[in-house]
Write a protein that binds this ligand. Sequence first.
Ligand code: TYD
Length: 313
Amino acid sequence: MLNSSAQSTVIPRTVLVVEDEPTLATAIAQRITAEGWTARVASDGASAVQAASTLRPDLVIMDIMLPVMDGLEATKRIVAERPVPVLILTARDDEADKVIIEYTDTITAYYKIKRAVIKDKGLYCNAISSEIFRILANAGVPVHFMEKLSDTEQVCRRVDAIPIEVIVRNVIAGSMAQRLGIEEGVIPAKTVIDLCYKNEDLGDPLINDFHALALGLVSEKELAEIYRLTGKINDILVPIFKGIGITLVDFKVEFGRLPDGSIVLSDDITPDSARFWDIETGMKLDKDRFRHDNGKVGQGYKTIYERLTGAEC
Ligand code: TYD
């Protein structure tokens, strides 16, 4: 594989091996060294980007499933900084179709202007989202989620993301209450579904079906499927949350296409992207506590986590 040319025996070449499995990393590095090349190992995607920048390797051997940042994202960043050949290593031929999602303790609001760190939020959101994905998948909703990898990571299928945010409102709150002058807490005659065009430069504007089609974001068939799945998700989740004493006020979801063109739910549902109100006390248990400086933000997330997963902290 690493047949060195006459030239490479004169100038020792450097190979950056990016592999989180130590035995495999050592075996590859030894094989490279035996060829008279220099090998350096990085064990996660972020360190690989850093190492590639300082080492300026002649070749990168990259695993795909890596902690912190997956191999495909690391490759993109390395090549963007300096063109270098990258050999993608994968034990399974479908690994390129997977991504690792990491949940952090950072919380943001108002287009990321307001920002803070909430202890264990990543752990709570990963557990909440994994449980919701599991419930939905069991009820026949296609989801990109594959498995919970660690306290703060999950493995999901890579999708071609559809840039539409779909918002479901069972109770009027937030932007709809403000925009239409409706008091928060009013229950609409019919559940409302809003579409927003996911485009930060434009401020994620509210759009309708005609806009979504005119912009070429989805086909008519895909849009119908998105509405069908969204309705089904709501029908499944409302009673689940009611059963644990929580009103699912509203939530936002996104969808993506798998390589076969089918539509899957590709966005998590957590207190970051949904409103949860305690049925008994009316207490808000979601990101609104942070938006409105209500305090006890982590407590809200923890309550959803404990009630949904049955976990005791
Ligand atoms: P919405 O009331 O439209 O906006 P805001 O939260 O700014 O008042 O939000 C409805 C729900 O959708 C709410 O639970 C938050 C979620 N959401 C997101 O997670 N991301 C978004 O970009 C938007 C617009 C909403």
